[in-house]
Design a protein around this ligand. Structure first.
Ligand code: 1GP
Length: 238
């Protein structure tokens, strides 16, 4: 039951960087996936994340069944709310929005998710999720009704990440927000990665291979790419 997390830990120990493609189910139709599947299989992705801020769960099972039948990578749910849980995935990033002070995203949704999770065999990976200010309001900010942390105060972001680790989270996710103008600053990635022991995921607004490399070099263990691949299916070819 801890297979995916153990693989993430093993990769961190070996210094092998991980790359996740984030798929928003709202933007995908089950009958029209073959080109996407081909491009994912040609990409350097090591994981698939599935989720979105406002998706309500329709066709999620069918979508994951179809994708998983043709893509041999671990599928992790990255849910915006409990309707985005599908037992067809392999695991779930069980998120707590540590940067915010909205009880719904600190505990309410998590409690409501339990009866759904108990009917699945999903590997549950507790993840401290930290939204960092990125130049303009993002969907996470809007949907969660919380403010991101100040991008010019890396010490407070670190303090938040360390609190997340002390609480018992197994991963920390530094998030600029999907389609963010500015990605998480590399100095912040370095500060956090050097001062927590658990693996660090970084995502939001990463648009080029250079920015992926910069995030890895700064200390990210996993980088998440959503919008850049969504906008250009040849992103990983160029
Ligand atoms: C969003 O971090 C992910 O939650 C990915 O962001 O869509 O900007 O790549 P992008």
């Amino acid at each position: 039951m801890t297979k995916i997390y153990q693989q993430i830990l093993n990769s961190k120990t070996k210094g092998e960087k991980l790359l996740a493609i984030l798929l928003d189910p709202d933007k995908l139709a089950v009958e029209n996936l073959s080109h996407l599947i081909q491009k994912i299989n040609q990409s350097p992705a090591t994981h698939i994340l599935v989720g979105g801020s406002s998706f309500n769960g329709t066709h999620l099972d069918e979508l994951i069944i179809e994708l998983k039948s043709k893509i041999n990578l671990p599928f992790l749910l990255f849910p915006g709310n409990p309707t985005q849980i599908s037992g067809e995935a392999d695991g779930i990033l069980f998120l707590t929005l540590l940067s915010g002070r909205n009880p719904d995203y600190l505990i309410e949704h998590q409690v409501n998710a339990v009866p759904i999770l108990n009917k699945t065999n999903l590997e549950v990976i507790s993840t401290g999720y930290i939204l960092v200010e990125s130049g303009a309001e993002t969907a996470v900010e809007r949907v969660s009704q919380t403010k991101p942390l100040d991008r010019n105060n890396p010490n407070y972001v670190l303090q938040t990440a360390q609190a997340g680790a002390f609480i018992g989270n197994k991963l920390i996710y530094l998030e600029a927000g999907s389609g963010a103008q500015l990605c998480v600053p590399t100095e912040m990635i370095t500060l956090v990665s050097q001062n927590i022991k658990i693996p660090l995921i970084v995502g939001g607004g990463i648009r080029s291979k250079k920015e992926i490399e910069n995030s890895f070099n700064a200390g990210a263990d996993m980088v998440v790419i959503g919008t850049a691949f969504e906008n250009d299916i040849n992103f990983f070819n160029s």
